[in-house]
Design a protein around this ligand. Structure first.
Ligand code: FAD
Length: 352
């Protein structure tokens, strides 16, 4: 007879851990499954110089504050250390190197198929993030390009681009931060579809979280909201971006329509050659293992009410972004979302 758990959480990154904290507090019988060999979630794959947008005290999971950093914004390795210590501190049951491939459901029991065997549970939390699903636009001629192509998900540091002519594509935070550091070792052009927009210098991730929360609450209560004209999607002026701005390298060359074997053709028809292209064009959502139990759009978005899947009783999705709960893709934002998710799961388990 196989063991049936109350809850299986797919993903042991920051959102899976936050859910684990609340599931443990409620003494549920649960397990986290993560395909990585090591702790740290997506932060394991981030580029070497990536830091948080907010100070440690504003970047914490439930229960235990991230230890203070000597840097204003904690480094990637400090975030990984925090996540690794967090799961040990709360003795969260995690099985690693377990890749969830498919899920089916019968008589209110989920059957979770993995490379290490089949697991059973009454409820599922999908918390698999975005990093394993990088997005590169389908540009005409992309397959003919003979140079180096890499997505920001796999970018590590500027060294391998030294003396190459590099094109960075994408107007978000990743694009700005990668232009900032690659431009220190070689010639870089930056392609953006619209002129890059920046937040005021004094705005960091914590400030953004507060604005986002106020906006969320106002919308929920049907009240008007004026976010002081801050667009939450604009680029945060972290120190490397500020430094690059002072060197005058954060200049957009506009967009390109197609590619050829040596480079791109800009929208005015001019051809330009590049040795390497770094795509900072965002991510889809890692939800493909749910394909047999729920429908998703082409980016992997499932219909949810906050984190609860509308079409499938017993299924929740957390940490993917605003569609699974406001600011849920951040360390500070996942707390409220994980707490509410676990409260809903407890109610659900009482009813089945
Ligand atoms: P992840 O950290 O991606 O964890 C998901 C886990 O699930 C991974 O370990 C993955 O291997 C595993 N997994 C995936 N698929 C499967 C499967 N099929 N089976 C088993 N396991 C699976 N966030 C902040 O809070 N502050 C910041 O300052 C910040 N800055 C950022 C800057 C940049 C440039 C970027 C791109 C992101 C930033 N983020 C920041 C966001 C943050 O990195 C992610 O949103 C966060 O890692 C999401 O956490 P998660 O637990 O949902 O997903």
């Amino acid at each position: 007879m196989h063991k049936i758990l109350d809850v299986i959480v797919i993903g042991g990154g920051q959102s899976g851990l936050a859910c684990g904290y609340y599931l443990r507090r409620h003494k549920l019988n649960f397990l986290l499954l993560d395909k990585e060999e090591k702790c740290g979630g997506a932060w394991l794959h981030a580029w070497d110089s990536l830091t948080l947008f907010s100070p440690a005290e504003h970047s914490s999971l439930p229960g235990w504050l991230m230890p203070k950093s000597k840097n204003l914004f904690p480094l990637k390795q400090e975030v990984i250390d925090y996540l690794c210590q967090y799961e040990k501190r709360y003795e969260l049951p995690i099985e690693r190197s377990v890749n969830v491939e498919n899920i089916t459901s019968e008589n209110k029991i989920f059957k979770v198929y993995t490379n290490k065997g089949i697991y059973f549970s009454k409820a599922i939390i999908a918390a698999a993030g975005t990093w394993s699903n990088p997005f590169i636009p389908k540009i005409k001629g992309i397959e003919t390009f003979k140079g180096i192509q890499i997505h920001s998900a796999n970018y590590k540091n500027p060294e391998e681009y030294r003396n190459l002519k590099v094109l960075v594509v994408g107007e978000g935070n990743s694009g700005a931060q990668i232009v900032a550091e690659v431009s220190k070792v070689t010639t870089v052009k930056w392609s953006t579809r619209k002129p890059p927009q920046y937040l005021p210098d004094e705005v960091d991730g914590f400030y953004l979280f507060n604005v986002a929360t106020a906006k969320y609450n106002a919308e929920k209560e049907g009240k008007p909201f004026n976010a002081a004209n801050y667009d939450l999607g604009n680029i945060v002026i972290v120190p490397p971006v500020k430094e690059a701005r002072s060197r005058g390298v954060l200049i957009s060359s506009g967009s390109f329509e197609s590619m050829h074997e040596n480079g791109v053709i800009w929208s005015d028809g001019t051809k330009e050659d590049f040795d390497a292209i770094i795509w900072c064009t965002g991510f889809g959502y890692a939800t493909s293992f749910l394909k047999n139990i729920v429908s998703a759009d082409e980016r992997g978005i499932v219909k949810t009410e906050e984190s609860k899947a509308i079409e499938v009783p017993g299924l929740w999705l957390t940490g993917y972004g605003s569609w699974t709960g406001y600011a849920s893709a951040t360390l500070i934002g996942i707390n409220r979302n994980a707490k509410q998710t676990c409260t809903e799961i407890i109610e659900y388990l009482k009813q089945i």
